[in-house]
Design a binder for this molecule. Sequence first.
Ligand code: PEP
Ligand code: MN
Length: 363
Amino acid sequence: MKDIRPITFGGEPDDSPLIIAGPCSAETREQVLTTARELSTAGFTLFRAGIWKPRTRPGGFEGVGAKGLEWLKEVKAETGMRVSTEVATRAHVEEALAAGVDLLWIGARTSANPFAVQEIADTLEEAGVDIPVLVKNPVNPDIELWIGALQRLYNAGLRRLGAIHRGFSTYGKSVYRNAPLWHIPIELSVRYPDMQIICDPSHMGGRRDLIAPLSQQAMDMGFHGLIVESHCNPDCALSDAAQQVTPEMLGYIIGSIVMRKAGQPTERLKLLREQIDGIDSELVEVLNKRMRISREIGRYKRENRMPVLQSSRFSDVVSSRVKAGEEMGMSREFMKTVLLAIHEESVRQQVEVLNERDQQQQQ
Ligand code: PEP
Ligand code: MN
């Protein structure tokens, strides 16, 4: 995906963030128009509203369907805002294009389904349009599936492609509705530096009070914009009420965010980055030293017919290192992840040592 272009609507691309705002769902003509008018007054120019809603379980509000597209047309005509909606099927794409929708996005449940994404891509290719499309990350943390969805659209000739990071489903309790797992969108941006990635703090946090901190965090990390849910009467919203805010509130939230520009690195930043590069190469060297010793232990265990895994030793190693790391201000979660990964590689190397011997005996 070489020649991906930024999400712009005519005119030259600038480095101002792409901000999309609007209700989770279009519910009534009045709700759509009131929300759009208020958002427009607050300075927003790109409107969102779900017309077809993929609900996790049946019985929820499944969207008003194609009649909502008429309301989006009115939003455009009256406020001059561009409008966007989620598509999941051939019929959605055809109807949205016919209604003059300016931007489409593919929802998290759909981007996890290659058949559905291909159907959307085929429909767009047949229509021969160059409409901007944003792909939400799939519900499960699978970067290849996310990239695969973007590639299907790319192969259909679309170039104004972007990604939406909305977090990933987890089982059990969490502060977030969908865990951010920031390293996944970061990996995406490393692999596709030209692709714009925006953050969806509404679906990530699932709560109004998390919109501001998540938005700030995303902008600090270099995301290109935000898609945020806003409703003229959030408490009465038919879907995602807990995470929607009024347009006025959203204007205030966005106005308080420090928007960082991904410009030229300053001299100081360059120096700091050089230090990080140096430390990283030391880190690789230290890991290599550790692995050499692991292999030595592997040889010892082999000679003494001991098993590779000794779980009590492993728990002691983890808990002492986690504690030390925590005392230095690193999170428990982080320390555990790092140690587990190191341990896994040590075990792999020790098993390799055992196999070397088996192979030698067989020869
Ligand atoms: C939405 O944007 O309203 C939506 C359904 O989001 P997601 O696909 O991220 O769950
Ligand atoms: Mn929603």
